[in-house]
Design a binder for this molecule. Structure first.
Ligand SMILES: [Zn+2]
Length: 228
C-alpha cells in the first residue's frame, strides 16, 4: 500500500539472521499469517513490506515473523501454552487471541507501534518503521505482546516518572507492576526469555535483559523494584 525508505541495520546484531533461518517454511508462514491478524490485510503488507518476499529479513513482514517465531518457540516445552505456565509459554497464545488486525505502515517516527481500540474505533494494531528497523527481535516480540495487551482492553493509566526516557510527566506509563498492563507483559516476557528461553543465543538473551530493564526503569509511575 505504502512505500517508504529505510536502511537495514546489522542483522547479526538484531537477531534477524539467526531467526531468519527458521521462518521460511510454508506451514509456519501460514500459521503466523492466519493466527496473528495479517489475514485480510495483504494491502498493508505488500509493495516494499514483503508480501511477495516473505522470507527476506530485510523486509518488514519477515522481521515480524522473526519476532513471532521467538514468541512461539522460546519455551523448552513450547507446545504447552497453559495459562498456569510462565508467560514464556502462554505469551504467544495471548497475542494470538488478541491480535486479529495487524497492519504495517511507514509511520511518522513518533511511535514504533500503536494499538487502536474502543467504541468508535476500528480495532487494530499498526506497526511502523521503528518497530521493524530500530528494534531487535526480542524487543519486537515484547512489543507485540505489549500491543496485544492493549487490544485486550488494558490501556496505560499513568504518567512517566521523573527521569524517564519516554518523557517525564507524559501519558503512557503504567501505574505499577500489579496493574498487569502492557509494560508489565512486555518486561515480564523479556525477563522469562532471558532466564529460561531456549532455541536462541546468549546474545539474544542479553538484548532481552537490557530491554526489560529499560522498561522496568522508565515505564512505571512507581518503580517495580526489580532488576533483571
Ligand atoms: Zn502502550
Amino acid at each position: 500500500m505504502a512505500t517508504c525508505s529505510y536502511t537495514v541495520p546489522d542483522k547479526n546484531a538484531s537477531g534477524d539472521n539467526f531467526y531468519g533461518q527458521f521462518i521460511c517454511r510454508q506451514d509456519m508462514i501460514d500459521f503466523f499469517w492466519n493466527g496473528y491478524g495479517f489475514s485480510g490485510n495483504k494491502d498493508y503488507w505488500d509493495d516494499g513490506f514483503g508480501w511477495h518476499d516473505c522470507c527476506n529479513t530485510d523486509k518488514p513482514l519477515a522481521r515480524t515473523f522473526n519476532a513471532l517465531y521467538l514468541l512461539n518457540y522460546s519455551a523448552e516445552d513450547y507446545m504447552n501454552e497453559d495459562w498456569n505456565s510462565p508467560i514464556l509459554n502462554w505469551g504467544c497464545r495471548y497475542a494470538r487471541n488478541q491480535l486479529d488486525d495487524l497492519r504495517s505502515k511507514c509511520g511518522d517516527g513518533s511511535a514504533n507501534a500503536t494499538s487502536f481500540s474502543g467504541a468508535c474505533q476500528d480495532n487494530r494494531v499498526e506497526l511502523y518503521l521503528g518497530f521493524f528497523y530500530n528494534k531487535d527481535v526480542p524487543t519486537r516480540a515484547g512489543t507485540l505482546l505489549h500491543e496485544a495487551r492493549h487490544q485486550g482492553g488494558k490501556g496505560h493509566n499513568a504518567k512517566f516518572p521523573t527521569g524517564s526516557i519516554y518523557g517525564a510527566g507524559k501519558d503512557g506509563a503504567d501505574s505499577n507492576w500489579q496493574y498487569e498492563g502492557a509494560w508489565m507483559y512486555d518486561a515480564l516476557y523479556l525477563w522469562w526469555f532471558y532466564a529460561a528461553g531456549t532455541y536462541t543465543t546468549s546474545a539474544m538473551k542479553d538484548l532481552a535483559r537490557q530491554r526489560g530493564n529499560v522498561v522496568i526503569d522508565n515505564a512505571f509511575a512507581t518503580h517495580p523494584g526489580y532488576s533483571i
